[in-house]
Design a protein around this ligand. Structure first.
Ligand code: F6R
Length: 596
């Protein structure tokens, strides 16, 4: 949520910053801006994607030897040029990722002290605070530290001072920052993807760290002000963030990459030690947000039915709203694609404070969650650029299934033959997913029927409800059609009132004890005029209740729900593209949600 890049390289800063912003655009894309320092600070800001900023720079060039840049996901104040970062006051320019929670109080104090503000943002208080602190001592680093002591929230900033043409100072207060060094100078960014083409080595800095970047030197001070070294690693081969011409967009490519994502995840987990805390646990607390939460819903079945461990599931932002009772013999699993989701990190803080051992299932190894949790159980989907989770979701499912199965085996709760059977099914998952690609044309046809609907319902029972929920989330994110998932049995307790002629209702129904009940529920909505779609496995099943049936490969009830999700990804994708929307960057969203 918001992307920062800043660097000190001696020349042609603007071009490098624009290039970095493009790679960070998935974090927010409602406006963008840069501040570069040559003879003086030049600021350029534009509403809309980075392309707009680049156009502006063609009309009004600006360059310098150092610079800071930002791509925004609005929190305080609508997307506008005036609210776009950087914010400048008296020669101090700042970009920020995160939220300054007490910004209103600070704004009032500063106004009382004679300051005036131009924007509605929380960020604008920062350069004002730094300038006020600089009046007490002219040392920028101490002024930033003192300004930070007055601010509350999780954030990170990069600061440029017009009096120093060789220094950028950056502060990490809970929103990730990576620093990079190489022949092209010193750099900092919210995510290493923005730096990999520019530097040779990368390090993540820790919460509370200040990094002082000069062209030929980077100094890191920890929260006590002690000079520290953080672990530097050579940059990994950069993964392209521009869509290949073979696919119309990143999302479509990432849907196609799912078989590989699953296979790589399985391979990378093969020799990893099982977190002991799970084997010893009487209860597992799963915590996540959005799609990752729905992956957690799928995980519940695996842990409860195979490992016989009770699972409680909580949306990360809700964890702190209830007392944490009975944490004895509890272990927590936190699921996150980015590993940077502020709500999930806040949940980690809480779990740590309650001495609950934590396992992070995360796709980004360098992320805070992966580094901070007691155990890291990686998904290996590769970088996901499309804002909506696709290949990372199936990889989360794969990692969870693998973890549950191995915990169940270690505890002796599942027979060898059953475990071998399920493992074989997991290993066949890449080919089963590839097989679903055959249903794309059908999903496209169904998309053409639902694309003009105002609303859409998704139904399922048990794990099928989890996949229905993910299907509904994909449709609403990508097409902006209001979509809700209900446990199929719950429909008659109220939601059935919304059924009207032509309302699309999509039911996920795996073979198993709940199949017939779900089909009855589908018949009930069809009888009231709904347009009904059934997603189920191939086989003999005839279903009068469905106007259309999407059939995925035969699978056990443990695996089938993830196959249903892939079919619904196609449905959402084609609905969005037929509506002419930006599939990769849906409105109002961002890939990495770093505010609570
Ligand atoms: C949905 C989606 C979001 C994320 C959620 C959590 O397509 O991408 O719902 O799943 O914001 O993000 P992570 O998994 O990075 O913690």
């Amino acid at each position: 949520m918001c992307g920062i890049i800043a660097g000190v390289n001696g020349s042609f800063m603007a071009h490098a910053l624009i290039d970095g912003l493009r790679k960070l655009e998935y974090r927010g894309y409602d406006s963008a801006g840069i501040a570069v320092l040559g003879e003086r600070i030049k600021v350029r800001r534009a509403v809309g994607p980075v392309d707009q900023l680049e156009l502006l720079l063609r009309d009004r060039p600006a360059d310098g030897s150092i610079g800071i840049a930002h791509t925004r996901w609005a929190t305080h104040g609508k997307p506008s040029e005036i609210n776009a970062h950087p914010h400048v006051h008296d020669g101090i320019a700042v970009v920020q990722n995160g939220i300054i929670e007490n910004h209103q109080e600070l704004r009032r104090e500063l106004i009382a002290a004679g300051h005036s503000f131009l924007s509605e943002t929380d960020t604008e208080v920062i350069p004002h605070l730094i300038v006020e602190e600089l009046a007490r001592s002219s040392d920028l680093v101490s002024a930033i530290r003192r300004a930070a002591a007055r601010m509350r929230g999780r954030y990170s900033i990069a600061v440029l001072d017009k009096r120093d043409r060789d220094t950028i100072v950056t502060l990490h207060m809970g929103s990730s920052l990576v620093i990079g060094r190489g022949n092209n100078g010193a750099w900092v960014a919210s995510d290493d993807v923005a730096l990999t083409d520019r530097v040779t080595d990368i390090a993540s800095i820790e919460e509370g760290d200040i990094a002082i970047l000069k062209r030929s030197e980077i100094k890191i001070l920890d929260k006590k002000g002690t000079v520290v070294d953080r672990e530097w690693a050579p940059v990994e081969e950069s993964q392209s963030t521009t869509a290949s011409t073979e696919w119309p967009d990143h999302t479509r490519r990432e849907i196609d990459e799912q078989p590989t994502a699953v296979a790589t995840t399985l391979r990378n987990l093969a020799n990893l030690d099982i977190p002991e805390c799970l084997v010893n646990a009487d209860r597992i607390q799963i915590v996540a947000c959005g799609s990752s939460y729905y992956a957690g819903m799928l995980a519940r079945r695996w842990f409860e039915e195979l490992a016989h461990i009770r699972v409680d599931l909580e949306i990360a932002s809700e964890l702190s709203t209830r007392p944490m009772l009975d944490t004895d013999k509890t272990a927590a699993i936190l699921i996150s694609q980015s590993g940077e989701t502020a709500d999930t990190i806040a949940a980690l803080d809480l779990l740590e404070a309650n001495s609950v051992p934590t396992v992070a299932i995360v796709n980004v190894a360098r992320s805070q969650l992966a580094r901070r949790a007691d155990y890291f159980w990686p998904t290996s989907a590769g970088r996901e650029i499309g804002v909506a989770a696709t290949k990372t979701f199936v990889s989360q499912f794969t990692a969870i299934a693998q973890l549950a199965l191995r915990v169940a085996r270690l505890k002796g709760e599942v027979s060898i033959s059953r475990a071998v059977e399920l493992q074989a099914e997991l290993c066949r998952l890449p080919s089963s997913i590839r097989n679903i690609f055959g249903c794309e044309a059908q999903a496209r046809d169904i998309a053409s029927r639902i694309k003009t609907s105002e609303s859409c319902l998704f139904l399922g029972r048990g794990a099928d409800y989890a996949s229905a929920a993910e299907g509904a989330l994909k449709l609403k994110e990508l097409s902006y059609i209001h979509a809700e998932a209900y446990p199929a049995g719950e429909l008659k307790h109220g939601p059935i009132a919304v059924i009207a002629d032509g309302l699309p209702v999509i039911a996920c129904a795996s073979r198993g004890p709940t199949l017939e009940k779900t089909l009855s529920n589908l018949a009930e909505v069809k009888a009231r005029g709904a347009y009904t779609v059934l997603i189920t496995e191939r086989g003999e099943l005839e279903c009068d209740a469905a106007d259309d049936v999407i059939r995925v490969p035969q699978a056990s009830p443990f695996i089938a729900p993830i196959l249903h999700v892939v079919a619904m990804q196609f449905l959402a994708y084609h609905t969005s593209s037929q509506l002419g929307l930006d599939v990769d960057k849906p409105r109002n969203l961002a890939k990495s949600v770093t505010v609570e």
